[in-house]
Design a binder for this molecule. Sequence first.
Ligand code: NAD
Ligand code: TYD
Length: 339
Amino acid sequence: MKILVTGGAGFIGGNFVQYMVNKYPEDTIVNLDLLTYAGNLETCKSIENKENYKFIQGDIADRKFIFDLFEKEKFDIVVNFAAESHVDRSIESPESFVRTNVNGTTTLLDACNTYGIKRYHQISTDEVYGDLPLDRLDLFFTEETPINPSSPYSSSKAAADLFVLAYHRTYGLPVTISRCSNNYGPYHFPEKLIPLIISRALADKNVPIYGDGKNVRDWLHVYDHCEAIDLIIRKGKVGEIYNIGGHNERSNLEVVKNILGILGKSESLIKYVEDRKGHDLRYAIDPTKIESELGWKPKYSFETGIKHTIEWYLNNEDWWKNIISGEYKKYLEKMYKNI
Ligand code: NAD
Ligand code: TYD
């Protein structure tokens, strides 16, 4: 089988292409990525010379390029990770989120319709459901929870999901969608909470917590996410949505204190900063459907996963130090200039 993975030089896509190339030597994995600020070919270094792997630089929203590629390559499966993914950037400038997340997705869907595929899988997010209140721990996102996104990022992802479902209903395109909770693990870009805290704490810099730090995220190790996607594209039912999460809810403050504790750093590094606009309070996934229908179970608890992740950042300083010293430095200086 020939599998197109878009966004495979990013965090989750990069972990997924490595997983697929190593697990399925008989399949060909084509990694298509525009290499925006978030894309990094160093992430795919371990597989770059494998015979069943190919990298192509390109834009999922470039119609002519995508149609030419599909005509030439004749993909069996498409897994779309490519996206603008950072909520804070979407608040500053939403336009690129519409272009990549919405127009890029519909361009891929049109190419799938025109050239035919066996399966199109959309990597979505639990953020399309909006948020849950902090004082209702009995509430979880199920696949039936109405979408109600809060940020320009989650709105663009929700719009994309609606197009994916419409292409199934209208044209019979064989699609699936997965909505996962917050991921963490190797190759996570240091603008996101966990790698930002690890990299700043290691440099004895203040670590920023938005608002009062009580917002809750439901953390899943990226390897568990990769296994879930693999199961869905092989065994998931066409037209269905699958939520992915492992019941690892933590407040931001708990996460930050946990990381500082493991690194042996003082909690005095914590700096409370202005809250994010429209900051979602709590995300929490009910994974009953993927567990009961596909037999998926996460392998990592947050305790083992966060230790593994911190070890990875300690052993792979070159990967993240190169990012921090490059173009991204300007973003960090702008975002966190007062702390
Ligand atoms: P990321 O920002 O690390 O990676 C995105 C990748 O997409 C980058 O390599 C970038 O170069 C590429 N890209 C961006 N625009 C492109 C375009 N127009 N054409 C081709 N490539 C383009 O993101 P991530 O955290 O790995 O997230 C991957 C997917 O998973 C996204 O769709 C995101 O919405 C979803 N998701 C992320 C999380 C999370 O916690 N990170 C949780 C649930 C779902
Ligand atoms: P983030 O990693 O950006 O993921 P998302 O917004 O998709 O959940 O943020 C995770 C949580 O951490 C979120 O509640 C915002 C918060 N946060 C901080 O408190 N400080 C920071 O510097 C960042 C980047 C995030």
